[in-house]
Design a protein around this ligand. Sequence first.
Ligand code: PLP
Length: 390
Amino acid sequence: MKRIYLDYAATTPARPEVVTAMTPYFTEASGNPSSIYSYAQEARGAVEEARTRVAQLIGARSEEIIFTSGGTESDNHALKGVAYANEDKGGHIITTSIEHHAVMQVCKFLERRGINITWLPVDKYGLVDPEDVRKALTDKTVLISVMHANNQVGTVEPVEEIGKIAREAGVYFHTDAVQTVGHIPVNVDKLNVDLLAISAHKLYGPKGVGALYVRKGTRLVPFIHGGEQEKRRRAGTENVPGIVGFGKAMELARQEMDEEAERLTHLRDKLIRGLMEKIDDIRLNGHPTRRLPNNVNISVDFVEGESMLLNLDLEGICASTGSACSSASLEPSHVLLALGIPPEQAHGSLRLTLGRGNNEADIERVLEVLPGIVAKLRAMSPLSRPRTQE
Ligand code: PLP
C-alpha cells in the first residue's frame, strides 16, 4: 500500500539535495568552525554561506541571523531574551490565545515570574484584530508576539499591520514564522518585525536546527551562555551539517516557493471542496482565503478525531488532529477552542497538510476513503443523531 503523507505541518522530509549538501560536514569537512587552521575554516565558511542564504530569503542582513536548535528555541530566546533585557522598562507582553506551545508556554512561564501577559482573543476564523493589539498597549509593554500563520488552522495573521502599531509605539515585535518561511513570502522589513523564528524541518531541511532573526539594535539577553559562538548570543559548537542543510533548504525554497504554493493551493481547494460535497455535517476551520496554501482543517460532527486518524492510518494515510506537540494530550486543541468551536466539535477535528510529495491522485484517494470512514464511525457512534430521523 502506498503511504500518503498529509502531515507536512508537523514535519517535512529533508530533500535529497539537502542531505547531499550536509554529508561532507559529518566527515571530510568536520572541523570545528571556531578552530583557526584552514581545515576548520571550511566549516566556518559553510556556516556563513548558510547564514547568507537564510538572511536572503527573509530580506535580512546575515549578521541579524542567530542559528538555533529550531523553532522552539528561537521562540524561547526571543521572548525570554527581550523580557530579561528590558526588565527596567517593565513587564508586559502582548500575545494571542492561538500561539504554538513554544510561545504560549514561555509566556505562562514568564507570567508565573511576575510578567504581565495580555492574551488577545481571535475571531471565528482565528484572526487577531490589530486594533486589539493597539488597545492592549501600556507604558510597560516590552514585546508583542503574534504568530505569522497558525500551525493548526492555517490562518495567516495581519502581521504587517500589527508590526506598524508596534513600530509606532516603540515596542519590540516578534513573530513565530515557523509555518510560513519557505512557503509564502516573508520579509522582515515589510512585516515590521524585530524578531522572527524559523525552523528548518518545516521547509524540507533537517530537524534540530533553526534560526532567530534579530533586528540590529534589539536588546536581547543571550539564551545559552558559554563560548563565543554566534557573536556570544548563542553559545555552543555549531551544528554545521544541520546549518548547511538548512541553508540549502532555504535556497531551494527561494527558487521554488511561488510555484509550489500555487500547486498546493489548487490541491488544497480541491480537497476542501470534495470533503464538503461528500461528507455532511462538517465545517472548515480557519479562514477561507487568508490561509496557508497547504492547510486543510475540518471538524466532523459525531466522530472523534483520533478514530478518524487510526482508520486513515489503516489506509496508509498520515494526518493529524491538531499540532504534533499536543497529540499526546486528550484536551481539545486550545486553538480550536479560541476560535469558539465547541469542545465536542473540536474533538472531531482533522488536519490534513499537503506538501511536495502530494499530487492529484493523493487527494482523490482521501476523497475516496474518508467519507466511508466517517460513515462507519458515525454508525457506531453514540454521539451520532439517528440518521433515520433526518
Ligand atoms: N512554532 C510553530 C508555529 C510550529 O508549528 C512549531 C512546530 O510544530 C514550532 C514553533 C516548534 O518548532 P521546532 O519543532 O523546530 O522546535
